[in-house]
Unconditional design. Structure first.
Length: 183
């Protein structure tokens, strides 16, 4: 599995950069209307989904992670499309969608990190990104009626840290790939 991830470290870096940019934009302008947040989130989820599907396509047919990458990617793209076609979703519904997406993504990242623990050092970056995603999802589900501005800030903080961790892991995978070029 680490060989495949090492070959595709760039897609993980893309996911990290997109998350980081989304988080920074969200933190820079927390007072923007919820409609703009919906569009930012929709674009982020759609791009993240595309990168997951591309990563799944690049995995070999026998790779057990391929199906979960496809499902996660299509789910993320579907959430992105729904936000574009129905931008007037209430804050509670939007936060619930974001919460469920974050929990599913976090669990998948933790599961992947557990499978990587014997193959690569630094898998804790992915564990931490997954834990942050699950924590964000639980927080959003527990307090859906909390102020939208507070939720915007939490989402921005999550995206910044998740992006940094995914970028760090991608560079770790790139280093691993360079040390094992024959594999």
């Amino acid at each position: 599995m680490v060989e495949t991830l090492g070959k595709n470290w760039g897609w993980l870096a893309v996911r990290g950069v997109v998350a980081l940019l989304f988080g920074l934009l969200t933190l820079r302008r927390p007072g923007v209307s919820l409609a703009v947040l919906v569009l930012w989130f929709g674009a982020y989820a759609f791009i993240d989904g595309i990168s997951m599907v591309i990563s799944a396509v690049s995995h070999g047919p026998g790779d057990s992670r391929r199906l979960s990458l496809f499902l996660g990617g299509f789910l993320a793209m579907a959430v992105g499309v729904v936000t574009f076609f129905w931008p007037h979703i209430t804050a509670t519904v939007l936060l619930t969608l974001i919460a469920l997406w974050a929990i599913i993504t976090g669990v998948a990242e933790i599961a992947t990190a557990i499978r990587l623990r014997k193959e690569i050092d630094g898998e804790w970056f992915l564990v931490l990104a997954g834990v942050l995603a699950v924590a964000l999802g639980v927080l959003l589900l527990a307090r859906p009626a909390a102020g939208a501005l507070a939720m915007v800030l939490w989402i921005g903080v999550y995206a910044v840290f998740s992006g940094i961790l995914l970028i760090a892991l991608s560079f770790r995978l790139r280093s691993w790939q360079r040390m094992h070029p024959a594999i």
